[in-house]
Structure formats: structure tokens, C-alpha cells
Design a protein. Structure first.
Length: 283
């Protein structure tokens, strides 16, 4: 959908190397939406001191009145709904994704968002976007899979060994918003910390001894779900599941885990097609 220039002003608060932020950027870029980026310092987080919600991504959207959207999947669902359904205000659409306070297994209080994989469309709009029910069900299933499974494979893989952890933090510091001294300590102390944290994550998510095998199995499962007769899960063009999976995997680019994934799995043709359509949309 094409919007009049300036009708939707967007500012994305992010860490560049965060997979959830990368998902949102992939979505916005593919849909040709202009947005400003504010890179958040991951230690001080002064850039988001205005928000009681302390995670990224945060999207500030102004479609007539300013509005804050939290959670990557809510951001994507709400903006996609807005692009398709011109009858609702963005504020009304966001109200369909209420935050709910829950307690994790570790006893931590977190917010979860209702309906976050649903597009809030009327019957006619739904029929146009999802001609058959199975298309919608499949898209929602794999968007949820990207959040609940695929994203949890990233840290254990990019911090798998001390050497990989150091290379990953070198990339994080280079791409992120750090001062010189802060960056030095973040690189070396962060690499050590994340190496040990990744081991804990490996145990929490019941990963194999060689976490690469879980990554390979996951991406091959994704490729198998697309099948041989579709360019994308969305058919000739990516759908929201394609954009989510691509956004998550993209944060490993330039790292050993990414090269291994490309070599040992069947993901490369789909991944290259995704790169091409997003570059074309940006251009």
C-alpha cells in the first residue's frame, strides 16, 4: 500500500544488532516506509528514558497524533493493518494489541501482548490479503516460530566459542552506540559474559551440544515449509513470516555462524531473493 508522503512519521529506537529490531527494519524497508533511526546506548539507554517500556525496538509513530508502539511483532502487525485498512486510526488499531503482565518461569515480571500475530482487518480486507484461511494460519505460525524458537538460536551460535564471542562483540561495538572507553570494556567484558550466558541459554532451550546443528535444522525446516514451488512463503512476494525470519537471520551477517549456515543448509537461494526484493523496495 502506498501512503501520501509525510502521512506517517516514524522513529525507530533500536540496537542495530538486535534481531527483533532487525525484523522491524526489514518490514519497514520492504514496505518502502521512511523512518528515522535512533541508536540506543545498550548500557545507559538514555535515548529511551522517556519510556517506561525499557526494551527495544520502540517505534514512535505519528499519523496525526504521536503514538508509541512496543514489541516487534505488535509494531509489524499494527503498521501492516494500518497500511491495508484505511478506515481505522492507528491509535484505534494499536488498542487491539493490549499489554498483559505475566510472570516468567524465573519469576520475572514481563509484558506480553495479546493478538500480536493478527492483522485487525474486516472480512473483505481479510479475503483480499488471505484468499484462503490456510495462508493466514501458516503466516502466523511461522512468525511465532521466529520469535519463540529461531531467535533463541542466535546468541548460542554467535557466542559459541570465546573466539566467536569476541568477534561478535567487535561487530556489536563497531555497529552500536558506544564511547571509546565504554566500547573497549563492552567488547572484552561483554564477550566473556555472553560466552557464559550463551551456555545458560543453551541449557534453558534444550539445545544440542553443537548448537550449530539446531541452527541448521531450524533453517532447513523453514526452507522445507516454503517448498520447491514458491519463491517465498508469501508466494511471489514475501509475507510477514518471510520478513521475520530474514530479519532474525540477518543479524549474523559477517560472523562465522552466518557463513556456516549458508554453507551447511539450503537457505541461500531464499535468503538472496529476500535481499534482492528488499534492496529493490528501498531503491
Amino acid at each position: 500500500s502506498q501512503l501520501p508522503a509525510g502521512s506517517l512519521q516514524l522513529t525507530l529506537y533500536q540496537y542495530k544488532t538486535c534481531p527483533f529490531c532487525s525484523k522491524v527494519r526489514a518490514f519497514l524497508d520492504y514496505h518502502g516506509l521512511a523512518y528515522e533511526i535512533v541508536e540506543v546506548n545498550p548500557i545507559m539507554r538514555k535515548e529511551i528514558k522517556f519510556s517506561s517500556y525499557r526494551k527495544v525496538p520502540i517505534l514512535l509513530a505519528n499519523a496525526g497524533s504521536p503514538l508509541q508502539l512496543n514489541d516487534s511483532s505488535v509494531i509489524i502487525s499494527a503498521i501492516k493493518t494500518y497500511l491495508i485498512s484505511k478506515r481505522n486510526s492507528l491509535e484505534e488499531i494499536v488498542s487491539f494489541y493490549p499489554p498483559m503482565k505475566t510472570i516468567t518461569e524465573q519469576g520475572k515480571e514481563v509484558f506480553e501482548y495479546g493478538n500480536k500475530y493478527w492483522l485487525m482487518l474486516d472480512e473483505k480486507e481479510t479475503k483480499r490479503v488471505y484468499p484462503v484461511k490456510e495462508i493466514r494460519v501458516e503466516e502466523m505460525k511461522w512468525r511465532k516460530w521466529a520469535d519463540d524458537w529461531l531467535v533463541h538460536l542466535i546468541s548460542p551460535n554467535v557466542y559459541r566459542t570465546p573466539r566467536e564471542a569476541l568477534a561478535s562483540f567487535d561487530y556489536i561495538v563497531r555497529e552500536g552506540k558506544f564511547g571509546t572507553v565504554e566500547g573497549f570494556f563492552a567488547k572484552y567484558l561483554g564477550a566473556v559474559a555472553m560466552f557464559f550466558i550463551s551456555k545458560r541459554l543453551k541449557k534453558r532451550h534444550h539445545l544440542q551440544d553443537d548448537v550449530r546443528e539446531d541452527l541448521y535444522e531450524a533453517v532447513n525446516e523453514w526452507v522445507k515449509a516454503i517448498g520447491k514451488h514458491r519463491l517465498f512463503m508469501g508466494g511471489n512476494q514475501p509475507n510477514l513470516a518471510d520478513l521475520a525470519v530474514y530479519g532474525v537471520l540477518r543479524v549474523m551477517e559477517g560472523l562465522e555462524a552466518f557463513d556456516d549456515m549458508m554453507f551447511h543448509t539450503k537457505i541461500q537461494p531464499w535468503y538472496q531473493r529476500m535481499e534482492e526484493v528488499i534492496k529493490k523496495a528501498e531503491a
